[in-house]
Design a protein around this ligand. Sequence first.
Ligand code: HEC
Length: 210
Amino acid sequence: MSDFRRNITCLFALAAVVLVGCSQRMDDQPKLEPYEQSSFFSNGLGMREPIEGTIARGGLRLDTHFFEGRVDGKLAPTLPEQVELNEALLERGRERYDAFCSACHGRAGYGDGMVVARGFPAPPSYHSNRLQKVPVGHVYDVITNGLGRMPRLSDRIPPADRWAIVAYTRALQLSQNVQATPELRKKIEEQLAAEEKAAEHSHEEGEHHE
Ligand code: HEC
């Protein structure tokens, strides 16, 4: 064995002895684990438990509409008042939905996501009659607490984002069930034709400048 290797080996052996010595002294000192039995306190534990009803700072959740999707114990039929229905909310909802729900429910909500294509049980389509009629509080509740094979997502999605997703699922439902009257259809077609023309025009202009 070369001198160098002998020295290195010695160094490692020494380090092992020193480190083990250290950690054992820390490990072996007299102490109680959380909730370990002890006669020190009258509750028979080595620690005090929080007083019943203790709420962590910032954890007060009196607003059941916002935090649980319920009003007077019933699933809420509307968004909570602090959630403003606007484009930004739907945009946020779309982004979060695509991240957290679409793998199972599919981008358009038909229950045909990638995970389902690989064998996970298919969720029901959002466009079924039943799910079109459920109150928004139901969708919020399913995200918060899970349902059957669907896992709860409350630890990953904060309440405000859950509402954004709820609003977006409603928008998805409307998008797949537009009842177009002949007048509305004509109007949409005209608008699309105008947009197409404008796009062509700007395209031509773009070429012109090149
Ligand atoms: C891991 C796959 C998976 C993910 C991710 C998932 N779901 Fe589900 N979801 C399911 C399954 C499976 C069901 C059917 C549950 C059952 O009835 O057993 C379901 C059911 C539902 C239902 C219908 C409840 C009913 O009344 O039948 C809603 C609404 C729903 N999910 C919303 C969401 C939303 C919103 C998200 C994203 C925040 C989401 N899910 C994410 C798998 C998933």
